[in-house]
Structure formats: C-alpha cells, structure tokens
Write a protein that binds this ligand. Structure first.
Ligand SMILES: Cc1ncc(COP(=O)(O)O)c(C=O)c1O
Length: 403
C-alpha cells in the first residue's frame, strides 16, 4: 500500500497544478472522521466545503447508492426513469417550487440559472436578446466556468481567463440602494449567495434578503439564491433564505445534494422562468441519471428525517459562542450561521493556511476561505462530544501561533 509520502509525490508530479493541498492523504472516512494510510485519525471540520453535510459514507445514502447501482446507473435524459421522477417530485415539494433541472456540479447549476434567467428575460419579460443584464455581488463565488469567473471580483479567478462574458453588473453585497439602481428595465435577475461562503463567510445585514426579494418583484427581475454552499441544513435552516422567509424564483443547489457520495446539483424554480427554456436548449449527459437521483433522494431524506438543520443551529450557536467568549488576541471576529462559521484571524497569526497546517498536524482538518479567515464547516451530523475537543484544538493553535 502506498504511504502518504508516495501519494503526495505522485500527485505533485502528474496532477495539474491548479491546487496547493495541505500535505495530508485521506484514504478512508466514516462520519466526521477520516484516516490517512498510516492510520492517523482526523476530525473533518471542512466537510469538503459543505459537500459532506451527511459526513463520510452516511449509511442510508450508501445503501441507496448500492441498491441503485445494482439496478441501473446511467440513463440518458432521452428516456424516463422512476428515480428522476421521485427526486424531482420530492425536491419540488420540499422547496415549494415547481420544476427541477438536475445537473452535476454547482457551477453547472448556476450556469443553468443564468440561462433560465436570460431565456425568461427575452421570451417573457421582453428584453431584446443580447441586451439583458444580470445583477451579481462583489466578492461573490459561484464556481469556475468561464462565464462565472468573468463576473468575479477576485482578479486571480478572473484575469487569466479574460475576455469576460458580457451582461453582468456587480454591486456591493448588502447594499440595497445599489441593487435598486442596478435593477433597470433590462435587468432580468439578481444572483446572490444568502451568506457569502468562499468570500469569507459574510452574513448580510438583517432584512437584506427580504428587501432584495421585494425589489426584484417590484422590478420584474428574478431573485436567484445560490445555496450550493448554504443549502440543505448548513446554516441552521433547510435553506439560508428561510431565515428571512424568502422564496426565490430560482434556487441553486449542489454539494450536499450528492449526499457526500456523488456530484449532484440542481436549479429549482417557478414554472414561468423554468419553462422559458425549451427542449434541446439545455442539458447534461449525466444530469438526472438514476444513480445520481437515487443518491440525491436519500441525501434529502436524511437532511429532513434526521433534522440536520436543527443540529447545525444548536451546535453552530454553541461553537460561535465558545470561539467568541475566549477573547483571544489572535481572533478578530467570529461570524456565520449554523455550522458555517468564519474565524477572522489577526494578521499576527500568520494567515489561515498556517493555522490549517498546524491543525492538520494535531488531527483537525480545516481550510481558510480568504487569507485570514478560517472556515469551520464540519458535517452536520457532528455531536458535541466530537466538536468540543476540536474547538479546544482550534483555540489552542490560534493562541500558539499568535506568538
Ligand atoms: C455558493 C457557491 N456556488 C457555486 C459553487 C460551485 O460549486 P462546484 O465547485 O460544485 O462547481 C460553490 C463552490 O464552492 C459555491 O460555494
């Protein structure tokens, strides 16, 4: 069996250089734990950027995957499957929306929402083709396709891949006056993360989402919530827009929709915009395959039946309070909702990467979101007895590195 050292050497030599991983090799996972080839155990406080809300290999999701793979796995959308029907019905009813368009990655589901918005803008709102605008927020993160990075405000995400797709207007996050000004006749949609995840766990001012929803209705523009990271229990409610009782026109889901087993994403929406895209105008070979749909259905059922959002609300509030109450000089701010928390570090600590390397040495897996923000986003199945020692380790490590 390959050692950690062998694995790292092979990956470093042959894999493309688009990542710079922490030197930890993971070969087995169960629940909130993962092990390296040498048998060292790690508590997973990153949860694969919220793809692991269910933890590693959740038994109910794994059972559904095994059952389905023994029947049929991949069917093109040229045909019907029972699994597709079951998933789209469950997800439509769960969200109170009408139509579900399954894709694979989060970025593809965002792209789907953008295409739906443009098609609706031309065909229903009546904006001349090629003249629609979509309003987005500064500091956003919606994925890595060429169109999406084109409206990123992060130069390293955007600049090497110019020219950008036209038709996007970016405004400051949380700024309702800017939104009102940007929602012109030609604006067909406002795309927003209810909490900016990759942007440093930024929670908008209270009432922002509700008022943004109202403005979109008033100006006849679609409200698109990108809940790829915040959805499915992560912030202590099923969806982060639920904190403000907001119903989006389009809801974008990914990550945890795959139950920690597969990439599964979806754009879910009201019938009017969704029906603006006609047969043949959009799709994906693997999107909606019975294997993915069976896994996604089990994933959703676990979120609902096991009340993962309630656990996130309770343990998230507890973690936030513990991290704040220490008053460590190395911690400038702790923010977030549910189990999507960001610890803003004092620059003296030396950056989130430095903390993550030391945490890994001590058996806790974490990752930064911005240079000085440590993200805490463990699986939502975590228990307090597992969380407590990890919080101790995080506090201890930050204190040690503050010097
Ligand atoms: C809010 C949001 N949207 C979209 C994406 C892209 O998802 P994926 O990496 O599956 O394409 C991410 C990924 O982090 C995200 O946080």
């Amino acid at each position: 069996m390959a050692t950690s050292e062998d694995v790292i050497a092979r990956v470093q030599q042959y894999a493309a250089r688009n990542y710079n991983p922490i030197p930890v090799v993971l070969e087995r996972g169960e629940g909130v734990w993962a092990w390296d080839p040498e048998g060292r155990r790690y508590l997973d406080m990153l949860g694969a950027y919220s793809a692991l809300n269910h933890g590693h290999r959740h038994p109910r999701v794994v059972r559904a995957a095994h059952r389905q793979i023994d029947k049929i796995a991949v069917v093109a959308r040229a045909y019907y499957t029972e699994e597709l029907g079951r998933l789209v019905e469950y997800l439509a009813k769960l969200t109170g929306l009408d139509r579900v368009l399954p894709m694979n990655s989060g970025a593809e589901a965002v792209e789907t929402a953008l295409k739906v918005a443009r098609a609706w803008g031309h065909r229903v709102k009546g904006v001349p083709p090629g003249e629609t605008t979509i309003v987005v927020c500064d500091n956003n993160f919606h994925g890595r396709t060429t169109t999406i990075v084109g409206f990123s405000s992060e130069a390293p995400y955007r600049e090497p891949f110019a020219p950008a797709t036209p038709g996007f207007v970016s405004i400051p996050y949380g700024d309702l006056a800017a939104l009102e000004a940007a929602l012109t006749e030609r604006a067909v949609a406002f795309l927003v993360e209810p909490i900016q995840g990759e942007g440093g766990i930024i929670v908008p001012p209270d009432g922002y989402l509700r008022e943004a929803r109202r403005l979109c209705t008033e100006r006849n523009a679609l409200f698109i919530a990108d809940e790829v990271q915040t959805g499915l229990g992560r912030t202590g409610r099923l969806f982060a827009v639920d904190h403000e009782d907001v119903k989006p026109d389009l809801l974008v889901l990914g990550k945890a929709l795959g139950g920690g087993v597969l990439p599964v994403s979806a754009c879910v929406g009201r019938a009017e915009p969704m029906d603006a895209v006609r047969p043949g105008e959009h799709g994906s070979t693997f999107g909606g395959s019975p294997f993915a749909m069976a896994v996604a259905l089990a994933a959703l059922q676990v979120v609902v039946d096991d009340r993962l959002a309630d656990n996130a609300a309770e343990l998230g509030a507890y973690t936030l309070q513990r991290l704040r109450s220490q008053g460590l000089p190395g911690i400038r701010d702790v923010r977030g909702r549910g189990l999507l928390l960001g610890v803003e570090l004092d620059p003296r600590v030396g950056g989130a990467d430095r903390v993550c390397h030391e945490l890994a040495r001590r058996g806790v897996l974490c990752k930064g979101t911005r240079e000085h923000v440590l993200r805490i986003a463990p699986p939502l199945i975590i228990e307090r007895a597992e969380l407590d020692p990890a919080i101790d380790t995080v506090l201890d490590t930050i204190d040690l590195l503050t010097g």
